[in-house]
Ligand binder design. Sequence first.
Ligand SMILES: Cc1cc2nc3c(=O)[nH]c(=O)nc-3n(C[C@H](O)[C@H](O)[C@H](O)COP(=O)(O)OP(=O)(O)OC[C@H]3O[C@@H](n4cnc5c(N)ncnc54)[C@H](O)[C@@H]3O)c2cc1C
Length: 392
Amino acid sequence: MTAAPYDAIVLGAGAAGLMCAAVAGQRGRRVLLLDHADAIGKKILISGGGRCNFTNIHTAADRYISANPHFAKSALARYTPADFLALVEAHGIAWHEKTLGQLFCDGSAKQVVAMLMEEAAKGGVTILHGQPVREVAHGVDGFGVTFGERRFTAPALVVATGGPSIPKMGATGFAYDLARRFGLKVVEPRPALVPLTLGGDDLLFRELSGVAAPVEARAGKAAFREAALFTHRGLSGPAILQVSSYWQRGDPVTIDFLPDAAPGWLVEAKRARPRATLASTLAPLLPARLAQTLADRLALPGELGAQTDRKLVEAETRLKRWAFQPNGTEGFAKAEVTVGGIATAGLSSQTMMAKSVPGLYAVGEAVDVTGWLGGYNFQWAWASGYAAGQAL
Ligand SMILES: Cc1cc2nc3c(=O)[nH]c(=O)nc-3n(C[C@H](O)[C@H](O)[C@H](O)COP(=O)(O)OP(=O)(O)OC[C@H]3O[C@@H](n4cnc5c(N)ncnc54)[C@H](O)[C@@H]3O)c2cc1C
């Protein structure tokens, strides 16, 4: 057998693959990084509205969804937001905290891709892209990958091809097919951080398309206090994107339109201003069109003074737990990430290597670890890429 010219082949030159290849390369490993796309790091380039929300300082395992909530702990502890920030600063990239611990480039996401490419170059990583990965085989010469017309072999293979969100960016379910072929289980993937669609009576809220309000949105046990946005198809905005990752088909999403209001506030309002209407009482608290629509739906005509306390308490309760019944999501075409993926049960949380296939690794979004909105997904990509890069 001729010696393979590479120690590792990394499939997918996105966030996790670039980090993994750079780290392994800088440790002296000969790394080949392959991607089918016409450009490297495309999702990084469009991320954070072009400014890349590259990490979140509040990163912790409980901000990730996974069949095993403990799996991400080890990698996240060994490569932290401070570690990535140190790299960003070493490359002279200016950054700022936007909100809720979310760190963004002041300039452009292009700087993050350039930084990762430089780090990969420092590690002597060979990057090839723009050809399809035709075949992946496993035999006596290790892993064989046919890329375009060329075949490469290496004793280690890292699957870093991400999830199927935004197929028009080159995203595929390739990682899942590959994992299954090697006998690994895949937790059913579904779109996450995705707008929800409404039907039935809820469609009446379409008239509010474009209106946003700070709310607390809830799906199951998950609750997020951020903005919600009404769209012509349903609900979006950060609060909704966050709960979409937890939402199960058939379940309601409830919205607290006045999360800061004290219990009994509407009865109090009646005592203070009995001549006011519900709409005029809601108007200073909510965007005007939303206040009017909610008041219309609550159907308490006339002055507050004419309503019984019981009716007002009922209205208050509905405003606190307004139930929407989404009929679906806008799907992988609009989802920022994918929940589910290669089952963590088959992987080492230390190295990301498949327990049953020595030399096979999986990192990044391909794995069943999905972060909240706000830089958490990149932090997982960096941390899992680093863990595998250290182990190769
Ligand atoms: C619009 C948008 C905005 C986002 N903004 C943020 C943000 O600001 N902060 C944040 O933390 N997260 C954000 N995310 C999520 C984040 O981009 C992903 O979680 C992250 O890129 C995952 O890294 P990855 O390396 O696992 O996969 P990716 O970055 O998706 O990289 C996978 C790579 O594999 C390649 N590939 C796929 N299939 C194949 C195949 N069959 N053969 C060869 N190569 C293949 C792809 O071309 C790609 O280069 C955003 C996502 C989207 C869609």
